[in-house]
Structures are given as structure tokens and as C-alpha cells.
Design a protein around this ligand. Structure first.
Ligand SMILES: C[S@@+](CC[C@H](N)C(=O)[O-])C[C@H]1O[C@@H](n2cnc3c(N)ncnc32)[C@H](O)[C@@H]1O
Length: 282
């Protein structure tokens, strides 16, 4: 079982991800990033405030990522929390699926994409599925991603296609078809239950559970969402999240996940990670 072999780096330790800055040569220069947003999304638009140079969601009174260091947090919580480097270096299959609950600035996606390009076999494909109810405009996303110079080349590749994702395109491919991104606009619980996700019915290998803090964003941490997540999991599926809220722990366990608490990133004392072990009533 994957969980038995977990061997985590200390929180906050800089990994290869943050230090190895290798621009991808085949990425075209960034097209002009504008503030354009489809009219139907205007009401649902994220309202971003900038506090100390970091994006802040006024409506939720919360940050998009740790103010200690967002990229290192992603590396520690989501990439290491799901053991992605080890799993991808020894990948037996030709594909791997990550699903996320809140796309936000795209930081988690880009950090995972970078690690995938560095570690996974060349012929294998990463399918990254995410959902966003309050999407950032291309301009806001550009501003948020410019915080991470080591991801610049990948950010440009995403921004070139991001406006399409805000219109009718659900899936884009990037990096010589090695990565496919599906972004669904709407509520996470609904997205993982019905519609497009139900049609493609993926088996998710790793979950990134990333909403705002549970007390401020309860929709993202409800039992119904965890039930849907369990239905898209098998016994090799893992999850990781920055929160250690007891309600989240309890509901994930009820949905069939083995849940482990471990040291959190930065100021966070604890976080959760784990693996799907059984369907309820099995
Ligand atoms: C902490 S941020 C995610 C950060 C993101 N993963 C990144 O890499 O930047 C939480 C995200 O969840 C989104 N969100 C909040 N409630 C939602 C809901 N009910 N359904 C889908 N997305 C939601 C927010 O708009 C926000 O972008």
C-alpha cells in the first residue's frame, strides 16, 4: 500500500521543484493578456485584492495559498503529500489522473505539470481535472503567476489558452500532448457528480483538495463532495490537503479514505493526506 512507504521531506524544505529553473524551449512568447471575461461569468468573477503582493479573495476573506511561500506549500502539501515524484518515476501505466477541487490561480496545476515533465516517462500522459466556481480573469491570473519565476515558461503556456477555458473549451492539451487540462466552471460538488465528469468517469489517481479554509468555504468540504470523490477513486487513489479540520477528517474517513495527519506547511500545524481504502458499507 502506498501509504506504508511514505517518506516525507521536512516541511518547508526547498525541493528540486523550486530550485531547478529550466525554461521549456518550445513555448511561444506570451500573447497579450487582457482583462476580457465572458459576460456569463461576470457575476461569478473572483474578486481579487492584493495584500503584500499576494492574491486575496475578499469574498472569502482568505488567501489563495500560503503567504509563507505558495510554491513550496504546493510542493509539500500536494506533490509530496501524494508521493507524486516517486510514483511518476516508477509509473507502469501510460496515464495518470490528478483531480483538484479549486483551480484558483493555477499554481497547483503548473507545479504538478513541471514535476510531470521532469519525472514521468515521455510517452505517458497526465490528465489534470479541476473545477472553479469563481474564475480569475486572464489578467489576474497573469499577475498571480508572475510571482513564480521558476514556472514562467509553463505559466505562459497556460495563459495562452486560459481565455479559451473561460469560454466553451473544457479541455486543452499542452507540452507535446504530454499534459491534458480539463477545467470545469461551476461548483465542485456538482462537477464531480454530474455532467462532463460523469461522462468521462475517470479513475482519479491523486486528489488535490484545495478550497479556502473550511470555516470560510464550507461548500468545498461537504460530505456530498467527498462521496463523489470516493466514487471516482480506487484503492490506489491518494489525496492531500492543507487543512486538518476535524470535520474534513471525519467526512473523508466516512467516505472510505484512510486519513493521516502530519506536520503542516509554514504556520499550519497539521495537514491531511491519505488513501482510498473502501466503499462505505464494504
Ligand atoms: C485556496 S483557492 C485554490 C488555489 C489553487 N488550487 C491554486 O493553485 O491557486 C480555492 C479555490 O476554490 C474556489 N472555490 C470556492 N468555492 C468553490 C466551489 N463551491 N466550487 C468550485 N470552486 C470553488 C475559489 O474560487 C478558489 O479559486
Amino acid at each position: 500500500m502506498i501509504l506504508d512507504t511514505l517518506n516525507h521531506a521536512k516541511p518547508n524544505s526547498a525541493s528540486k521543484l523550486a530550485t531547478d529553473i529550466t525554461p521549456l524551449a518550445d513555448i511561444a512568447p506570451l500573447a497579450k493578456v487582457t482583462e476580457s471575461r465572458p459576460a456569463k461569468l461576470a457575476e461569478q468573477a473572483a474578486v481579487i485584492e492584493w495584500r503584500d503582493g499576494q492574491p486575496y479573495a475578499s469574498a472569502f476573506q482568505d488567501v489563495y495559498f500560503s503567504t509563507d511561500h505558495g510554491l513550496l506549500e504546493t510542493d509539500y502539501v500536494f506533490l509530496q503529500g501524494n508521493q507524486l515524484s516517486q510514483r511518476w518515476q516508477s509509473l507502469q501505466s501510460n496515464s495518470f489522473t490528478i483531480a483538484e477541487t479549486g483551480f484558483g490561480t493555477g499554481l497547483n496545476f503548473l507545479a504538478a505539470a513541471k514535476l510531470w515533465l521532469e519525472t514521468a516517462p515521455k510517452q505517458a500522459k497526465l490528465h489534470y481535472i479541476s473545477v472553479e466556481k469563481y474564475p480569475l480573469s486572464p489578467l489576474e491570473m497573469n499577475n498571480a503567476l508572475s510571482l513564480w519565476p521558476s514556472l514562467a515558461a509553463l505559466s505562459q503556456a497556460l495563459l495562452q489558452q486560459y481565455a479559451n477555458l473561460l469560454n466553451s473549451t473544457k479541455t486543452i492539451t499542452m507540452f507535446d500532448q504530454r499534459i491534458q487540462l480539463t477545467l470545469l466552471l461551476g461548483d465542485a460538488t456538482e462537477a464531480y457528480e454530474t455532467g462532463y465528469i460523469a461522462q468521462i468517469n475517470p479513475v482519479v489517481d491523486a486528489w488535490f483538495l484545495d478550497g479556502f479554509a473550511p470555516a470560510k468555504n464550507p461548500d468545498m468540504w461537504q460530505a456530498a463532495l467527498f462521496k463523489n470523490i470516493a466514487l471516482l477513486s480506487n484503492t490506489a487513489s491518494t489525496f492531500a490537503t492543507f487543512t486538518s479540520a476535524s470535520a474534513v477528517r471525519r467526512e473523508l474517513s466516512k467516505a472510505g479514505f484512510a486519513v493521516i495527519k502530519q506536520a503542516g506547511f509554514g504556520k499550519k500545524r497539521e495537514m491531511l493526506r491519505g488513501q482510498f481504502i473502501r466503499r462505505p458499507n464494504e
